[in-house]
Design a protein around this ligand. Structure first.
Ligand code: AP5
Ligand code: MG
Length: 240
């Protein structure tokens, strides 16, 4: 019960319930599940807070182009600070695996390296963040557009939450392409195909990079080139 594994089990449980809820088509059933989902999420959250295993004071965003190491670093920070790591890419891939309506819609965009529409992401995140209110989170891959950032601001305001740190991991494009091309050999990710990798970088420049200006007052830009440990160390130096 006291092991860190408990956090991950709760996290998986909460996310699975959220997915289940979102996938249900019957309104009556959905209403009941919504109650079960909220109760379970609250119980898990309370359990983590009681165990003092979860940092419930801080919220991080981690941004950067595809392959910058957002997921790698978010996982390390989540373990170090007992945050919940929420990766919208992982959530959407889970939807695709489950062949849900959201997954079916997302698949076409993701396979080509385009962003899934903002309203889909905002609705997923509003449900998730509302259920997890009070638990420290690290958002990986969200927001990704100005409308998503504005939507997140509104959600946080409604929930009386704040963003404490915005970490921007910078890596030059040739290194990113190299990393993702290497990962393609084993990842099984359909968006790791060469032409899709290039499109993901282009989409990042057009739609996500403007967030650097949006968050300019809070932004901590980190050089993401180097070993995983070196990059973690640079992040820790900036936030401590
Ligand atoms: P998502 O899953 O978020 O993918 P991404 O941003 O394109 O990038 P990656 O996850 O591939 O890279 P990363 O920065 O997490 O790096 P990682 O740690 O994995 O999104 C996928 C798709 O979902 C999007 O294209 C979009 O369609 C959709 N989507 C998701 N969120 C959305 C949103 N908010 N709105 C709309 N659509 C959304 O590392 C990459 C590789 O490099 C790994 O092999 C890793 O081992 C390696 N590596 C990491 N760090 C280092 C290091 N320091 N040195 C050497 N190698 C390293
Ligand atoms: Mg990732």
């Amino acid at each position: 019960v006291h092991s860190k594994g408990a956090i991950w089990r709760c996290q998986i449980l909460i996310l699975n319930i959220i997915y289940l809820m979102q996938n249900l088509k019957s309104k009556h059933y959905k209403k009941n599940i919504l109650v079960i989902h909220s109760n379970l999420a609250s119980s898990c959250k309370q359990f983590l807070i009681n165990q003092k295993q979860c940092n419930h004071n801080m919220n991080f965003l981690i941004m950067g182009p595809p392959g910058a190491g957002k997921g790698t670093q978010a996982k390390i920070l989540a373990e170090k600070y007992n945050f919940m790591h929420l990766s919208t890419g992982d959530m959407l891939r889970h939807e695709i695996d489950n062949k849900s309506d959201i997954g079916l819609e997302a698949k076409n965009y993701m396979n080509q390296g385009f962003l899934v529409p903002d309203d889909v992401l905002l609705s997923i995140m509003e449900n998730t963040l509302t259920s997890l209110k009070g638990i420290g989170i690290i958002l990986d891959g969200f927001p990704r557009t100005i409308p998503q950032a504005e939507g997140l601001e509104a959600i946080f305001q409604k929930l009386d939450l704040q963003i404490d740190y915005v970490i921007n991991v910078h890596v030059d494009e040739d290194i990113l392409i190299n990393r993702l091309t290497n990962r393609a050999k084993n990842s099984g990710r359909s968006d790791d195909a060469e032409e899709v990798i290039i499109n993901r970088q282009k989409v990042y420049s057009e739609l996500t990079e403007p967030l650097i200006q949006f968050y300019k007052d809070q932004l901590l830009t980190i050089n993401g080139d180097g070993t995983v440990e070196e990059v973690t160390q640079r992040i820790l130096e900036k936030i401590q």
